[in-house]
Design a protein around this ligand. Structure first.
Ligand code: ADP
Ligand code: MG
Length: 277
């Protein structure tokens, strides 16, 4: 199995804090991995470093065996590599005044020539491809509506259609369901799972709700104050372990899951030393 994402000793400090502390991770092609952690634990920062949006202080990131950044410097060919990486934002990042289909077509701009990007000229084949992507995510009836007129769930599905059109092989989704109602959340997670299962995309999705990690992601990586504190099967994330990882915050963060019975499977996991209180 080839490696989709390789992270070595990644560290990043902001004036407030150490946002990432010596993070090393390997994610294989075809995996679907949840990234969990309390607010401020470094989930967004980690995903942005993988996508090559920001340089680290130290360490290295490669995606699909190509260097994204090393020792605080972006790889020179980062633009072409970005075409392989789809990024899904909590707030969708659509251009609200443009029709949904135009937003989806912007996925093509990653792999087109600069002059075509500037003119936003798309071929008939490309428009057809965008329409197929909208059918795949189930919002083709809204293709010509302005993005702003769609519900949050529909806008997030449009953002996923944009990743499909982009042809991204790695999808990084930063709390894609944090602003959505439970039914829309389920649909968006089902779509991410299908992009993983049916299209072979590698998916890393940061989630606040552990119950979604359990349901959709075989593997979970947990962050605490910028450090990886758990990396193993989601099924082994027992309430006891979450309590250990998150202390008194666990109940507030994962209340619903803590109310439900512990998952049956309990395979040996990578366990790191207990956290200081
Ligand atoms: P999460 O996504 O898990 O909520 P973040 O990665 O957004 O966490 O943030 C981790 C820490 O880094 C937080 O303390 C946050 O305030 C800080 N941080 C993130 N981005 C910036 C930034 N651009 N400038 C300054 N501090 C930042
Ligand atoms: Mg975040």
């Amino acid at each position: 199995m080839s490696t989709a994402i390789e992270i070595r000793n990644l560290s990043k400090s902001f004036p407030c804090c150490k946002a990432l502390q010596d993070v090393s991770l390997d994610i294989d092609c075809g995996e679907m991995v949840a990234l969990i952690g309390a607010s401020g634990s470094g989930k967004s920062t980690l995903l942005r470093h993988i996508a090559g949006f920001i340089p680290a202080d130290r360490g290295q990131v490669s995606v699909l065996n190509r260097l994204v950044q090393q020792g605080g410097k972006m790889a020179p060919n980062i633009r072409s590599l970005r075409a392989e990486i789809g990024f899904v934002f909590q707030q969708f990042n659509l251009v609200s005044r443009l029709p949904v289909i135009t937003n989806v077509l912007t996925g093509i701009l990653y792999r087109t020539r600069l002059w075509r990007s500037l003119l936003m000229r798309f071929s008939v084949g490309e428009r057809q491809q965008a329409m197929e992507a909208l059918v795949a995510v189930g919002i083709e009836q809204s293709a010509w509506q302005r993005a702003a007129t769609l519900s949050g769930g529909q806008q997030q599905r449009a953002a996923l259609a944009r990743c499909l059109v982009q042809g991204a092989k790695v999808i990084l989704a930063d709390e894609p369901i944090a602003s959505l109602d439970p039914e829309s959340s389920r649909k968006v997670m089902e779509l991410l799972a299908s992009m993983n299962r049916d299209r072979g995309c590698t998916v890393v999705v940061s989630l606040h709700q552990v119950e979604f990690a359990l349901k959709y992601c075989p593997r979970t990586v947990a962050l605490h104050r910028g450090a990886v504190v758990y990396d193993g099967p989601s099924a082994a994330l027992t309430p006891a372990l979450l309590g250990e990882l998150y202390g008194s915050a666990a109940e507030e963060l994962f209340g619903r899951m803590l109310d439900s019975p512990a998952p049956k499977a309990h395979t040996p996991v990578t366990r790191l030393p207990p956290l200081a209180a």
